[in-house]
Design a protein around this ligand. Structure first.
Ligand code: CIR
Length: 279
């Protein structure tokens, strides 16, 4: 089954890291309600949500995606790019140890999970202000025994790689080419976000149960499975309409408060395939 690790919105989120956004007050109870709706959406799609304890003193702790890179064979725990966020990995590593063997990156490596877009056995990693070349090299070395290919991608004007592109299924990548250099994406269909919605390329694919079963047998991308769902912020109606017109099943979700913290829809969960841990 698919498992999603999540963590509640921290009461200190108004002290979050900001890189490209101006500071705007975040309504904590509204953010918590939106996060609950996000978790409910995942559950409705058949995902088992494992919500960890709140981290009151870690403002960005809700953005769990940045604290790990999970593949089928292992979980890699990075040194996160923002020093304020580094303590977040302790709780994430403890939770993931139930499901995966752990590998740890070491300083001077830095890497945020939001910079890693996995498509089958290929990992594209954004060379961002949070992820350095040593981090990309250490990730490549950590995953080499499992035959994953790791490629660096140049990005600019956005926080993470997945701020500017996401794999949405059907061999397709939703992308803002103003922010992401697409030359590594040969062989994939590129779907450009509308110019009016530059931030809309962060979308969360939840693959259908059928596709997950097939993926167990056939490694790599499975095309034309109709039951996949792509979760997209409701703030991006043109992108939603465009994806629906192309036949994608889209689930719009309101994440306006966490967008003020420079978050999107992928960053609030770590999603992977696993059996239930033994209790
Ligand atoms: C940060 O700057 O680290 C947080 N305020 C936002 C992190 C969002 N993470 C993501 O998109 N993967």
């Amino acid at each position: 089954m698919l498992i999603a690790i999540t963590r509640p919105v921290s009461p200190s989120i108004n002290r979050c890291e900001l890189t490209f956004h101006d500071k705007e007050p975040i309504d904590i109870s509204k953010a918590a309600a939106q996060h609950a709706a996000y978790e409910a959406c995942l559950r409705a799609l058949g995902v088992r949500v494992v919500s960890l304890a709140v981290e009151p003193d870690l403002p960005d702790a809700v953005f769990v995606e940045d604290a790990a890179v999970v593949v089928d064979e292992a979980a890699v725990i990075p040194v996160m790019g923002a020093p304020s966020r580094r303590p977040e990995t302790d709780g994430i590593a403890a939770a993931l140890a139930e499901y995966r063997s752990l590998k740890f990156l070491e300083s001077p490596a830095t890497l945020d999970g939001g910079d890693v877009m996995r498509i089958g056995r290929r990992l594209f990693v954004g060379a961002s202000s949070r992820t350095n070349a040593v981090g990309i090299d250490q990730l490549r070395a950590a995953l080499a025994p499992f035959r994953y290919e790791v490629n660096a991608v140049e990005i600019s004007r956005c926080l993470h790689l997945k701020s500017g592109c996401s794999y949405v299924g059907r061999n397709s990548i939703l992308v803002n080419r103003e922010w992401v250099d697409v030359k590594q994406f040969a062989g994939f269909e590129l779907i450009d976000v509308p110019a009016e919605e530059p931030g809309a390329a962060n979308a969360l694919l939840i693959e259908s149960v059928i596709e997950r079963a097939v993926e167990d047998v056939v490694e790599g991308v499975v095309e034309d499975v109709v039951d996949d769902v792509v979760i997209v912020p409701s703030a991006f109606p043109r992108t939603i309409a465009m994806l629906e017109a192309r036949g994608f099943a889209v689930r719009p979700i309101d994440v306006s408060e966490l967008q003020k913290a420079e978050g999107g829809v992928t960053c609030k969960s770590i999603i992977f395939n696993a059996d239930e841990p033994d209790s």
